[in-house]
Every structure is written in C-alpha cells, then in structure tokens.
Design a protein around this ligand. Structure first.
Ligand SMILES: [Zn+2]
Length: 155
C-alpha cells in the first residue's frame, strides 16, 4: 500500500558528462581504430581479459602483457531488446551477445548482426546450438566500441 503522507513527482534528470578513458582504455580504443581487439594478461592468474583492464578483478594486481586477441569466438548467450535506453546508438530491435573470443578467459559483450534481427523466432533459429561468431568492422573507424559493427555468425 502506498503511504498517503508521501507524494512522488516525476522529474527527468539530464546529466551529460565526459570522463577520461585513461591510458588502458585509450590503448584499447586505439586498437579498435586499427582494427585490432586488444586484451591484456594478468601476471598472477594469467587470464587474458578483453577489453583490456587496468587491474585483474580477481587478483587485484595491475594487468601485464598486452595481447591482440582473436576476432572470432563462441557465442555464449544472447538477448534481443525492443526497448530503447538512454544514450542508445543502435536501432531497435537489436541483438546483443556475450562472446568468448578464442584465447581469452572472459566474455566480451557486443552486438550481433548480419542476419535477420527483426524477428525473435528467426533470431532464435539462427542462434540455436553452438554458434561461432566473428567481428565485422566499420570502414571508417574512430576508436570507439562501435568500430566493430557487430559479430556475425562465422559458420
Ligand atoms: Zn588475475
């Protein structure tokens, strides 16, 4: 039951801001501009994480060696969204996936495309079972996550 003594008022907050990417993400984004997906290796647990990180979230030590990782991997899971979100830069509906890039030790989230993405049943049929995917790049790249247009089915 709502409390009669409190009232709520609707108010939309607009809070544009800029943040420094920092040296690690700077290098990661420069990699994308050059058509490379860069990760880095934890010197303690030796996991390769992508995108590259400043520190290993498991060991809490600075990440070490930079690695250019594979542009292909296995689709772990996916979702289709028909709802817009704040700051969205893609058309609706879109399909996003968690991708285990070969040679890495984590999942990389990105858009999926290159097939029928408007119909959920068609998407479900296309992405059924074990699916290999590979990165499809934009012609004009500017050092941005969307320099990779999407991941398409590789089989
Ligand atoms: Zn580690």
């Amino acid at each position: 039951m709502p409390d009669k003594h409190f009232h709520t008022k609707k108010h939309d907050v607009w809070l544009p801001y800029r943040f420094s990417a920092g040296p690690v993400f700077e290098r990661f984004f420069e990699g994308l501009k050059a058509g490379k997906i860069l990760g880095n290796r934890c010197p303690r647990c030796e996991r390769v994480l992508v995108p590259a990180r400043t520190f290993c979230p498991r060991c809490y030590v600075d990440m070490g060696q930079w690695v250019e990782v594979s542009q292909e991997g296995r689709l772990v899971t996916w979702t289709m969204s028909t709802e817009p979100f704040f700051g969205m830069r893609t058309d609706l509906p879109y399909v996003a996936g968690l991708i285990h890039l070969d040679g890495t030790n984590c999942n990389f989230m990105h858009l999926l495309g290159g097939f029928e993405t408007m119909d959920i049943e068609a998407v479900r049929e296309r992405l059924k079972g074990s699916v290999r995917v590979r990165a499809v790049w934009r012609e004009e790249r500017e050092g941005d996550m969307l320099d990779i247009k999407y991941f398409e089915a590789a089989d």
